[in-house]
Design a protein around this ligand. Structure first.
Ligand code: MG
Length: 252
């Protein structure tokens, strides 16, 4: 099942997506409380897709791909205000000299939970979406200020929708910048898989419905420039595409 959040005029609502029929069936309330159809439906082309969840927090796994396996999970956070939906621009802040993209699989939590054993993680995961863990690399690398580096407004594009019932252990993940494939990996390359990540995060803090965990990025992350168009594509989910703009020229 695919679950999106959509804007129809001034209304914002969750919806079930039917990609074959190219329609969305509107939901009542949040999908985390159960799927309740309103009976209303719209053509997919007539709604604007929003970030598919409104997380209270976004947890960000660091160094979860590559040869170096850290002794414990490296974890950062992004605030809820960094989240944007498909098509919304990532704004490059004036104080950052080197802003990088990191295409990542995002886990969406479905239930309030704490201290979840790995064997029970599937019961608390609602589904998966695509993410760009946008990072002001120069700010993070200078004295390890990674929360600053990852927390600017627009630094967490999510979408296009949440796919539930998906096995996350071996999904092809590509990041495409201006039509060129820059990251071409698989979630099977994770040092800590989704179950280990969610379980460990849940021992550190209570996870709430809609919360997001970013699972790390494969090789090939690189620098974003104004005018770029970036797509994070994960098999079984879909494609998240957004433009990149210079905040100085778009802030007025
Ligand atoms: Mg990352």
């Amino acid at each position: 099942m695919l679950i999106a959040r959509v804007a129809i005029g001034d209304n914002r609502t969750y919806a079930r997506v039917d990609t074959d029929a190219q329609r969305v069936d509107l939901l009542s309330g949040t999908p985390f409380d159960g799927i309740r159809l309103t009976g209303e439906s719209r053509p997919l082309a007539e709604v604007r897709l929003l970030a598919p969840t409104e997380p209270s927090k976004v947890l960000v796994a660091g160094r979860n791909y590559g040869d170096v396996v850290t002794p414990d999970l490296v974890l950062f956070m992004k605030p809820s205000t960094s989240v944007v939906g498909p098509g919304s621009p990532v704004l490059l802040p004036p104080e950052a000299a080197e802003v990088r993209y990191e295409g990542e699989l995002a886990v969406v939590v479905g239930r309030r939970c704490r201290d979840v054993p790995e064997a029970d993680v599937d019961q608390v995961v609602f589904g998966y979406t695509c993410a760009n863990d946008v990072t002001a690399w120069d700010i993070g690398a200078l004295n390890g200020h990674w929360t600053k580096a990852k927390s600017f407004d627009t630094f967490c594009p999510l979408g296009p929708w949440i796919r539930s019932g998906l096995d996350p252990t071996n999904l092809a993940l590509r990041t495409i910048v201006n039509g060129e494939i820059r990251q071409n990996g698989s979630t099977k390359e994770m040092n800590r898989g989704v179950r280990a990540l969610v379980s460990r995060c849940s021992t550190l803090m209570t996870l709430l419905p809609g919360d997001v965990i970013l699972t790390g990025t494969p090789a090939g992350a690189g620098v974003l420039r104004p005018g770029d168009e970036l797509t994070v594509q994960i098999d079984g989910i879909g494609s998240l595409t957004h433009p990149v703009e210079d905040q100085r020229t778009t802030a007025q």
